[in-house]
Ligand binder design. Structure first.
Ligand SMILES: *Cc1c(COP(=O)(O)O)cnc(C)c1O
Length: 352
């Protein structure tokens, strides 16, 4: 299933690309001309096609609208100086979507199917991958239950879509985060490790409360005791404590981020001390008080590395050092790998 020829391709009559100012792209509002669509019916994926990006028609009883049986992914494509299109670790996203789908009783999209659909779509919309510095084409695969049925059971029909959006330079100031010890994002035995809709809906209210207190994001702690640091909800978290890079091990309540894995791999390549361990809030607080937390950052596809300015806990804000050389080096190295500007020793870059 690697030939793109087997997908029916219906092209848009008139491209919208000339209406887009690629030097000033608003995030998540502009979508490329086409989308990939497939239907799951009678136990198999069928009707695989590329068609103009546009609205879908959904039954009011659609199972996803009511019960959130869906999974998604997020990845990015880049244009290098030679005009080639490179995608960062798409096979890892394909594998993770299979893991998420299993938890949500969604029929899996094989890695081969995922890659061929992605490749075909990117070929059709290659002009939409921006080439300006720090820009990319954000890619959103999603699979959702499509039964027009309000009973609760796994759906019998699904849709698999991939659509894309050019995104502009993502520069953000270092963020302020608060250690959350009341609300819970994910619990042992739950769905925190799956990229599924409900995890994000559940996080909105606590995040809004923190924003009222002046924080950008939360540091989630474990659901049982609220004593251990987990992740940020769209990013994994890493702390440089003295000279050791520390992050929580992934498990059923933490999403297995591809950026996190890339960061850990690079840090090990550089000979750094890396510890995947349960980091208690007490230990983090003591390290913050002692000035041992040299840097802290979120790792995720959207920002790659989101530097943390201050961490709030129990009404006290701990400001981290202004110089963040490790965060900068990681961001810069990942950026260059994604653009093929330095050697890709781990086979992370996929050329469309
Ligand atoms: C997507 C996501 C991340 C980051 O994963 P990447 O593969 O690095 O983009 C981290 N946490 C959650 C909850 C996520 O949904």
């Amino acid at each position: 299933m690697t030939e793109t020829a087997e997908f029916e391709i219906k092209k848009i009559e008139r491209s919208r690309i000339s209406e887009v100012d690629f030097n000033n792209i608003p995030f998540g509002k502009v979508y490329a001309d086409h989308m990939f669509v497939a239907d799951f019916e009678n136990g198999e994926w069928k009707n695989m096609r590329i068609e103009p990006y546009g609205d879908l028609s959904i039954s009011p009883a659609n199972a996803t609208l009511h019960y959130g049986q869906s999974v998604f992914e997020g990845l990015k494509a880049y244009k290098n100086k030679a005009g080639e299109i490179l995608i960062f670790r798409p096979e890892a996203n394909a594998k993770r979507m299979i893991v998420s789908a299993e938890r949500m009783c969604i029929p899996p999209i094989s890695e081969e199917f995922f890659m061929s659909a992605l490749t075909a779509l990117l070929k059709v919309d290659s002009a939409w991958v921006p080439g300006q510095e720090n820009t990319s084409l954000y890619i959103r695969p999603v699979v959702f239950a499509d039964d027009p049925y309000v009973g609760i059971r796994p759906s019998e029909t699904y849709k698999f879509l991939i659509f894309t959006a050019p995104v502009g330079a993502y520069y953000s100031e270092p963020v302020n985060v608060k250690i959350e010890t009341k609300y819970t994002r994910a619990v042992a035995g739950g769905v925190g490790y799956a990229k599924t809709a409900g995890n994000y809906a559940a996080s909105l209210y606590p995040a809004l409360q923190a924003q009222k207190e002046g924080y950008h994001q939360l540091i989630w702690t474990d659901g049982q005791t609220h004593e251990f640091v987990e992740e940020a909800g769209t990013m994994n978290l890493l702390f440089l404590i003295n000279d050791t890079l520390v992050t929580a091990p992934t498990g059923d309540s933490i999403l297995n981020g591809i950026t996190r894995d890339s960061v850990l791999t690079l840090a090990k390549d550089w000979g750094m001390k890396v510890e995947e361990k349960r980091l208690s809030v007490k230990e983090l607080e003591a390290a913050l008080k002692a000035g041992e937390v040299k840097e802290a950052f979120g790792a995720g596809t959207a920002a790659t590395i989101a530097k943390i300015h201050k961490i709030g806990y129990n009404g006290v804000d701990y400001v981290l050092p202004e110089e963040k050389p490790l965060s900068d080096k990681l961001f810069d190295t990942l950026d260059k790998i994604k653009l093929g500007e330095i050697e890709d020793t781990h086979g992370w870059v996929y050329k469309v």
